[in-house]
Design a protein around this ligand. Structure first.
Ligand SMILES: [Zn+2]
Length: 138
């Protein structure tokens, strides 16, 4: 059996997430913002989850937060992720109060704990810069 090149999947960029990934390309983690009620939320909403306004914008987040939930993936769902296993998939609660799902990288999965402080780093995958998180140590 011959091995085939099997790259990791890349998100599809569309009108609802385009500004998010434009920020990622510049090293900015962006969260959705509602100018009407000042709510912050993760992408990609087309309505404010608080007041239902459709006039939405984006804000640059600090890029720091804490691990609020996590699981360790031992069996990769796709061949492209097999070399990474075991790896940590986590919900990150950003300092702005917005939760987002990402991976914890460059940190042993067996040492991951709820509440650990993390900061965003960007992994280039094709044309897309994907937000990942590293544990802030010390
Ligand atoms: Zn709103």
């Amino acid at each position: 059996m011959t091995s085939t090149f099997n790259p990791k999947p890349v998100p599809v960029v569309h009108s609802m997430n385009e500004a998010f990934f434009e920020g990622s390309a510049k090293g900015e983690l962006r969260v959705g913002h509602c100018p009407k009620c000042d709510a912050l939320f993760r992408f990609a909403y087309y309505l404010c989850p608080e007041c239902w306004s459709q006039d939405l914008s984006w804000k640059k987040a600090k890029g720091t937060g804490r691990i609020s939930h996590f699981t360790i993936i031992h069996q990769a769902p796709w061949e492209a992720f097999e070399a990474d296993a075991p790896y940590t998939l986590a919900l990150i609660e950003l300092d702005e109060g917005v939760r987002m799902m990402s991976n914890i990288i460059n940190f042993p999965p067996e040492k991951v704990k709820i509440g650990l402080p993390v900061k965003v780093v960007f992994e280039q995958r094709g044309d897309i810069a994907l937000p990942m998180f590293e544990v802030i140590e010390g």
